[in-house]
Design a protein around this ligand. Structure first.
Ligand code: ARG
Length: 471
């Protein structure tokens, strides 16, 4: 079989070179986008009088037939046709004859592949907003069910101050909200059309780039033809956003793994999301969060891989850029897998409220509040800190908690203590005392949930609107 670009060559390509340079084994993933772009391109060629409308119709019919074959999984992709673009063009010519060879008029694979990537990623970005939105909904549901669940809050992984479990979950809602907004913002840089840039300098044919953009639902076209074919920023930006999402998921994973250990027993993951051990019959392992934590590494790797491919690369297209694909596909697959599992894993997670409560009763996470209590009685905070430090030390030495101390014992450390100290020390009181915007007091958390639900509703509207636009 001769090459589509074979005219200038007198020798066959070396078999190993063919295999080494081909991308078809992975870029066949772009088949839908490639045909979508070609249909818009050829329609424009007809509209601009560059091709007779008769030819345009034949080419379109042929493309749709090829699309059908591919969708049925019956296309035989060939390494000797190098990539998805030439495989499809070859199949088109086989289907409609030499007229198929007119499709590539005024176009290069350089602007074609860039267009495919833009079409591909904008769909994925919208889908990821949708998946993050589902995860937020699962978190909001759990937060509402745990609006009265008190749990130790940690710094340095040491018990610090009691908080509502709902408050902890809502921190993740905020983190995923930033992820959603980053993806939404990236959409405007993805949704720009490179086609019409030709190989690098534009084309001699009187094409209409804006018409193509309009047909494909792009908001605009690249300003500069060289930039259009050289730019992979939008992929790097996606890989970076994906890395941030995975980083968030890995932190949540780590907490779930800790919380479901016998040492914590704060939560129990549903059986459907855990696996057993082949030797230890008692084991129930949190494989899903562990794998998400582990797979974060490859997503970071894909980001650094592409950043490095692009480093120092001269304009415009270089074959190096073919290396933009596998990492991106891998990241898409990895992120999809993680997000699809996370929402149901959160929804079905059992929260052991009793165990959380017990943990709170057996710690000193109310110590800040008695310091504040003394401050309210007029003692400078530094001195109050010192007094309570000594009180806690006394408790540790005598195996007691603050609520176990008698008023006389408190008086050894300060005469300012009165009977009302016992109320101040109650976990509910400690939590509800943090009644600032964004704090853990239950009315604050309830309001935060209401606000987040409204924002999630807006995200859902955005998703519905952009889902169809991105197709
Ligand atoms: N398979 C190539 C890629 O993915 C398509 C662009 C090829 N352009 C070229 N001039 N060789 O990057």
């Amino acid at each position: 079989m001769s090459k589509l670009w074979g005219g200038r060559f007198t020798k066959k390509t070396d078999q190993l070179v063919e295999e080494y340079t081909a991308s078809i084994l992975f870029d066949k993933e772009l088949a839908e986008e490639d045909i979508q772009g070609s249909l818009a391109h050829v329609t424009m060629l007809g509209k601009c009088g560059i091709l007779p409308l008769d030819d345009v119709e034949k080419i379109k019919d042929g493309l749709l037939k090829v699309q059908h074959v591919i969708r049925r999984g019956e296309m035989e992709f060939s390494v000797s046709d190098e990539d998805i673009h030439m495989n499809i063009e070859k199949a088109l010519i086989d289907e409609v004859g030499p007229v198929g060879g007119k499709l590539h008029t005024g176009r290069s694979r350089n602007d074609q592949v860039a267009t495919d990537m833009h079409l591909y990623l904008r769909k994925r970005v919208v889908e990821f907003v949708g998946l993050l939105n589902k995860l937020q909904e699962a978190l909001l549901e759990q937060a509402k069910n745990n609006i009265d669940t008190i749990v130790p809050g940690y710094t340095h992984l040491q018990r610090a101050q009691p908080i509502l479990f709902a408050h902890h979950l809502m921190a993740y809602v905020s983190m995923f909200q930033r992820d959603i907004e980053r993806l939404q913002d990236s959409y405007k840089r993805i949704n720009v059309l490179p086609l019409g840039a030709g190989a690098l300098a534009g084309t001699t044919f009187p094409i209409d780039r804006h018409f193509v953009a309009q047909q494909l639902g792009f908001d605009g076209v690249y300003e500069n033809s060289l930039d259009a074919v050289s730019d992979r920023d939008f992929i790097i930006e996606f890989l970076s956003n994906a890395s941030m999402i995975m980083m968030h998921l890995s932190r949540f994973s780590e907490e779930m793994i800790l919380w479901s250990s016998t040492e914590f027993r704060f939560i129990e993951l549903d059986d459907a999301f855990c696996t057993g051990s082949s030797i230890m019959p008692q084991k129930k392992n949190p494989d899903v969060p562990e794998l998400v934590r582990g797979k974060t590494g490859r997503v970071y790797g894909n980001l650094f891989g592409l950043l490095t491919v692009l480093k120092s690369l001269p304009l415009a297209y270089n074959k190096d850029m073919q290396e933009d694909k596998e990492g991106m596909f891998d990241t898409v697959k990895t992120l999809q897998g993680a997000l699809q599992l996370f929402a149901p894993m959160v929804s079905t997670m059992k929260v052991n409220k009793e165990q959380m409560r017990q943990a709170v009763n057996q710690d000193f996470s109310n110590a800040t509040d008695i310091a504040d209590y003394l401050v309210n009685k007029g003692l400078p905070f530094r001195q109050a800190h010192e007094v309570i430090g000594k009180t806690v030390l006394y408790c540790i030495q005598n195996q007691k908690f603050l609520l176990d101390l008698k008023l006389e014992e408190f008086h050894q450390f300060s005469k300012l203590f009165e009977q009302d100290i016992y109320k101040v020390l109650q976990p509910e009181q400690v939590v509800n005392a943090r009644n600032v915007y964004g704090g853990t007091a239950s009315n604050q958390v309830s309001e935060a949930i209401t606000r987040a639900e409204a924002v999630a509703g807006k995200t859902n509207e955005w998703f519905e609107q952009f889902y169809n636009k991105s197709k």
